[in-house]
Design a protein around this ligand. Structure first.
Ligand code: ADP
Ligand code: ZN
Length: 735
């Protein structure tokens, strides 16, 4: 990039605010040098202190009323980056996300600029092409290369060496000899999906649903449609028709999935329907790929993007449709580096762009169901599975009546069901939403308990990796040979099961079965996950043991039995959504069973067979259960009938934390309607050596909780030194 800044140029004319990707709310004013044309949304380089930073022009020159600072004191914009400006919708969206979540505007804009390579000129990539000169000496290897380049096309060296089965040295030799010439490769553009590449023959019910979606996409204005369809009903097939319509309208589509659902199964389904893979956006892309995708989205070359929640911050220039699949999934809620709910923000993104959004789930969130009931959202129900496959039969196993033998975790009823499944040459899945071998380790001799030195939490044994690990801070240590307190050798006992312990039991009971373990800590990356899922799909495992990573969106055709090892896990938490979430998770995981012709079964081990969640699952009467939950939330003023926000105060020094938290609570503006609860010590009282206190704010639905919080926070001194204060609007986590 040329440096166009001249220090001695006289200062004249315009100033504009530039927003920097820092934890700040305010844009800084900069002078616009005469030679530079800048407009709203342009990415510019500006001086800041002794550094140069990238920022975004945050106002349109024409809207400018004037700077608040004397022009003499201002610095100048250095240069403009050669990329399309941040679209207006993205600017409005950033403002909205910041206001709603009480996040500094700069933090939101930083997410929009996270693909730093997009702003560097793309380095040319060189390949080779046939030049003509005959090599002085011909070898078999050289001949193989020549056979391939004969057609005159440009090859990358890597592709050519792979296909010809030669080392790159052979190719370099041919370049030297003048047989090949090095040329710049044309830039790769994403392939454009084709709306009518391979239409699926839909059932009548699906067709009707697809028709409704097609019309909302045609209308191209803001509408929210909830597709509520049982697992296997063809929701994906149906919303693919909405994507097809967006393609026909020449609009971009953003498809949000929980990260873990970005599986190759999903991508190949997309490819089958539209003739090419979609553009993918997730946390494991390289910087180079991120940069390329960012540019392709900004230039309108990427027509369909499949991504995790951060894809909301991509600079779509012709957005025409957003789809959020598994909309109930709590992983859409981001809790580190700024808290926001991806699904809710997606609805806002659609509203600001005035485009339709489709939410899909087999177990919609209570919030979305309420919006559908009130008519705010359009509602499409698919209550039958595609083809003949029926929904699985679900039953509970009462652990009081049929307890597992001592030291084991599977009830005889479940063990028999697994046996039967294997005898029929089908697959069985055992689900336990707890990583590791055991959640607690004790000394048999003195009762010593292994706690995390930095957190108020037990260390979880991971036997396969030979570690005791904290699930809150990542602290890990190999299990000692003797008790650290009483020195008794080999005295450690594991208490309670994690998935690894279930694996151990399964290995003992079914020594001949092929086993697959699916637990996020055992899977290094998305590629490895895709490989495991593929092998399971192809029937390479007889028994699958997994955490919630197995619950999402996969389709294992041969899976006939799902056994839930601990159905009660998650019910005991002080969380207004505990029942709803447990229901969703167990419904999703049991819904994996019987997706093809075999009739599936789900067995839920529980101590609470009469609990409404278990009853709802086995009766299949979701509506009654959800309506009961809705009434409960209504009576207690919980979301969506009331608003919640959390303030989390932490410090290394407990007294400092509690004093600051109390001071904050005392300064709460008086209000008859808004309740301020706490401060109370957080359920996980210490994380990473920081003591934590929580304040919960509960307000009626119609209140502007953000305005209230802003008023409040203006009255208090910001956190100093080691103190930290974080704000969580619509909290999903109460720990
Ligand atoms: P959901 O998203 O509701 O779980 P899917 O769209 O994944 O449902 O469909 C479940 C399975 O049924 C998939 O394997 C899908 O390919 C198949 N399927 C659904 N509808 C059709 C259809 N109309 N024609 C062919 N296959 C279909
Ligand atoms: Zn810890």
């Amino acid at each position: 990039m040329q440096d166009l800044f001249h220090k001695n140029r006289p200062i004249v004319g315009k100033t504009l605010p530039v927003l920097l990707p820092l934890g700040l709310d305010k844009a800084y004013d900069y002078l616009v040098p005469e030679h530079l044309e800048v407009a709203l949304g342009d990415f510019v380089r500006v001086p800041l202190g002794n550094h140069e930073r990238m920022g975004v022009v945050w106002e349109h020159p024409e809207d400018r009323e004037g700077p608040d600072v004397e022009p003499e004191k201002l610095k100048s914009i250095i240069d403009r980056y050669d990329v399309p400006p941040l679209p207006r919708d993205s600017i409005k969206f950033a403002q909205w996300v910041a206001d709603y979540n009480l996040m500094p505007l700069g933090t939101v804009v930083r997410m929009m600029m996270s693909a730093s390579r997009a702003f560097e000129p793309e380095k040319p990539v060189f390949g080779v092409r046939l030049a003509g000169a005959r090599p002085p000496r011909m070898t078999a290897a050289r001949q193989r290369v020549l056979d391939l380049v004969e057609n005159g096309l440009i090859w990358s060296k890597a592709d050519l060496s792979r296909q010809a089965g030669v080392s790159t040295g052979v190719i370099d030799g041919l370049v030297k000899a003048g047989t090949l010439v090095s040329v710049e490769m044309p830039r790769k553009k994403p392939v454009i999906p084709r709306a009518d590449y391979a239409r699926t023959e839909l059932t009548e019910v699906q067709e009707e649903a697809a028709y409704r979606l097609k019309s909302v996409v045609e209308a191209q204005n803001f509408t929210v449609t909830l597709i509520d369809g049982v697992t296997g009903s063809g929701k994906t097939e149906v919303y693919f028709e909405a994507v097809a319509e967006a393609l026909r309208q020449d609009k971009q589509t953003l498809l949000l999935l929980p990260e873990i659902a970005l599986t190759s199964q999903f991508l190949s389904r997309f490819e089958k329907r539209f003739g090419c893979r979609p553009v993918e956006w997730h946390s494991q892309l390289s910087q180079l790929e991120r940069g390329r995708i960012w540019r392709a989205v900004a230039a309108g070359e990427a027509r369909a993007v499949i991504g995790a929640r951060s894809a909301l911050y991509l600079p779509f220039c012709e957005l025409g449709l957003i789809v959020v699949d598994e909309e109930h999934d709590t992983s859409f809620k981001q809790e580190d580096r700024g808290t926001y709910h991806g699904r809710d923000m997606a609805v806002v993104r659609a509203l600001l762009a005035d485009v339709p959004i489709v939410l899909a789930s087999a177990t919609p969130s209570l919030e979305s169901l309420v919006n559908a009931q009130s008519g705010k959202y359009r509602y499409i129900q698919l209550s039958e599975r595609y083809s003949d496959s029926e929904l699985p039969d679900l039953a509970t196993i009462d652990l009081k009546k049929h307890p597992p033998e001592k030291g084991t975790w599977l009830s005889p009823v479940l063990v028999d069901a697994v046996k039967e499944t294997l005898a029929n040459n089908n697959q069985a899945l055992l689900f336990l939403n707890r990583r590791g071998y055991a959640p607690l380790t004790l000394c048999r001799n003195c009762g010593y308990r292994f706690d995390c030195p930095q957190c108020a939490a037990w260390l979880v044994e991971h036997r396969f990796r030979h570690l005791l690990q904290c699930h809150h801070c990542g602290f890990a240590t190999p299990p000692p040979k003797q008790c650290p307190r009483c020195q008794a050798p080999d005295s450690l006992v594991a208490c309670g099961p994690g998935v690894e312990r279930v694996v151990e039991e399964v290995e003992e009971r079914f020594p001949d079965a092929n086993l697959a373990l699916l637990s996020s800590d055992m899977i290094p990356n998305i590629t490895a996950l895709r490989e495991i899922l593929r092998s399971i799909t192809e029937g390479e495992a007889d028994i699958i043991v997994g955490t919630q990573i197995v619950a999402k969106g996969h389709n294992f055709p041969n899976l006939a039995l799902v056994g839930v090892v601990d159905g009660d896990l998650g019910l005991g938490q002080a969380d207004p959504r505990a029942s709803e979430r447990t229901y969703q998770l167990l419904n999703q995981v049991t819904g994996r069973a019987g997706r093809s012709s075999t009739k599936g079964r789900g067995l839920l081990q529980t101590h609470l067979p009469d609990h409404p969640v278990m009853q709802a699952l086995i009766s299949g009467d979701r509506e009654a259960f959800m309506n009961q939950e809705i009434r409960l939330r209504q009576q207690t003023g919980m979301p969506p009938f009331g608003r919640l926000a959390s303030l989390i105060i932490s410090a290394r020094d407990k007294t400092a934390a509690v004093n600051y938290a109390r001071m904050i609570a005392q300064k709460a503006p008086k209000s008859e309607k808004i309740m301020v609860l706490g401060p109370a010590e957080a359920p996980i009282a210490v994380i990473r050596g920081r003591h934590r206190f929580r304040i919960l704010i509960k307000a009626p639905r119609e209140t502007d909780i953000q305005a209230y919080l802003r008023l409040w926070l203006e009255e208090i001194e910001g956190p100093k030194g080691d103190l930290r204060l974080s704000i969580d609007i619509d909290p999903y986590n109460f720990l």
